[in-house]
Ligand binder design. Structure first.
Ligand code: NDP
Ligand code: 8X3
Length: 252
């Protein structure tokens, strides 16, 4: 499908899923507006993409900067919003985990995502055209040890997305939540505070998904005919699965 003439706002565009999605949407003809905090990464992507790409350096946790997106000249007619900015921090059990990390995950994965959405959706409803894609996670549905707050933020994204669908039905604005399992990006390097060796171990001996695999699914969702809304896509590497319930038994 041709996305020529459409504008896509992509948060988290400096790396991983956001970057791959921005690149894929641009390849299909969209003008991409790239948001993240790292200017040099965005500048490098804009240079690689050439025309139809704009870098907007901002922290999505800054409510004023996010609210101002609604009036940005490049976003007045925005058709696609891809909420990919997000992160996991730490993998310590609930009694030891860092409250600062918890706050950062909640502020980024939940609060910032709803602020970006709230800034963009009114214009889309007015124009009777738009599509919001959230990047959730399997961690929002299936618990795993030390996944507590990260998983809870993604459960929030899942439910927010579904509830948005209720409100937006009939407005011409679509909403999709894509919920991946393991994708090799900078995700684990960020989770383990820059410890690349520990991050690499997460993907050792198995084939994880790639950011391009997820970008393909975003493209699939946004290129369906206008009457088709893909609600949720859950996706995992072939090598990932589910564990059994944990039962702690009394000794003896
Ligand atoms: P990356 O770390 O590669 O990318 C994360 C992106 O989010 C970066 O571009 C980063 O940009 C941006 N970001 C983080 N915090 C902020 C902020 N405060 N303001 C603006 N931008 C921010 O990870 P992924 O691509 O893997 O992650 C993308 C999304 O996918 C996240 O929501 C993640 O939870 C989700 N996900 C990832 C999975 C995985 O296994 N990789 C699986 C399931 C879901 P910068 O640092 O430049 O600001
Ligand atoms: C990240 C997916 O399985 O590493 O959202 O928690 S997982």
């Amino acid at each position: 499908m041709d996305l020529h003439g459409l504008t896509a706002l992509v948060t988290g565009a400096s790396s991983g899923i956001g970057r791959a999605t921005a690149t894929a949407l641009h390849r299909l003809g969209a003008h991409v507006v790239l948001v993240s905090r790292r200017q040099e990464r965005l500048d490098e992507l804009v240079a690689a993409l050439g025309e139809r790409a704009t870098a907007l350096v901002l922290d999505v946790r800054d409510p004023a900067a996010v609210a101002a997106l609604a009036d940005h000249p490049q976003l007045r007619e925005v058709a696609l919003v891809i909420n990919a900015a997000g992160l996991a921090l730490g993998l310590d059990p609930v009694a030891q985990a860092s409250l600062v990390d918890w706050d950062t995950m909640i502020e980024t994965n939940c609060k910032a995502l709803v602020h970006v959405t709230r800034a963009m959706v009114p214009g889309m409803v007015e124009r009777r055209r738009g599509h919001v894609v959230h990047i959730g996670s399997v961690a929002g549905t299936y618990p795993y040890p030390a996944g507590h707050v990260y998983g809870a933020t993604k459960a929030f994204v899942h439910q927010f997305s579904q509830a948005m669908k209720s409100d937006l039905a009939g407005t011409g604005v679509r909403v999709t939540c894509i919920e991946p399992g393991m994708v090799e990006t900078e995700f684990s390097v960020v989770r383990f505070a820059g410890d690349r060796e520990r991050a690499d171990k997460v993907y050792q001996g198995m084939q994880p998904l790639t950011a391009d695999d997820i970008a393909d699914l975003v493209v699939f969702a946004v290129t369906r005919p206008a009457h088709v809304n893909v609600n949720i896509i859950e996706v995992m590497p072939e090598a990932q699965g589910f564990g059994p319930f944990l039962v702690k038994r009394a000794p003896g």
